[in-house]
Design a protein around this ligand. Sequence first.
Ligand code: MD3
Ligand code: FE
Length: 206
Amino acid sequence: APQTIAPGAVLLPGLARAWDDALLHAVDTVLSQSPLQHLVTPGGYTMSVASTCCGPLGWVSDAQGYRYGALDPRSGQPWPAMPPVFMELAQAAATQAGYSGFQPDACLINEYVPGARLSLHQDKDEKDLRAPIVSVSLGLPAIFQFGTTQRNGPTQRLRLVHGDVVVWGGPSRLAFHGVLPLADGHHARVGRKRINVTFRQVRPKR
Ligand code: MD3
Ligand code: FE
């Protein structure tokens, strides 16, 4: 059953578990076209998380800064298509969380190996901040940290396991969030890693 974890943020425990085979195949299809890479931040730090994208828009980072763009800068080609199973799960999750009409145009795939982490940040480069972000966790469990719209506000921790889906909308959409260093372990379907897939609506809808 859906669980509200913060204003506008809804955890759908295990929703993606029934789809995991199809999701993991879809991840492999995307990675075969646009492999994972460790992005370098505009400040010159190489991220411990490896990432790639699919769908009309992808997340690009270089000396110019961060932005969404239609082309994978490595190939000069459009990002791989969003696999249908991704779109179906993202829309089902948004609907179950009470956000109708979710039309994601960007999908980020993040891979965490043991020790990888994501420091506290806000996602605010999407034009339509009324749309939620849908996140799907696969593989090893992670401790997710989230706070308020103020960097130094109070934070909560949430353990996310294989198949969990969280829909972050409303007042939680601009909350600071991050992932603590991944603990070592082995997952029967995914191996020694965690895969997180996020769906975003970047272009304003009309
Ligand atoms: C809460 N990824 O890619 S997903 C990211 O587990 C990112 O890989 C994390 O943060 C991960 O930007 C967390 C959950 C998530 C994504 C976006 C959010 C939570 C969010 C935006 C606002 C509030
Ligand atoms: Fe984020």
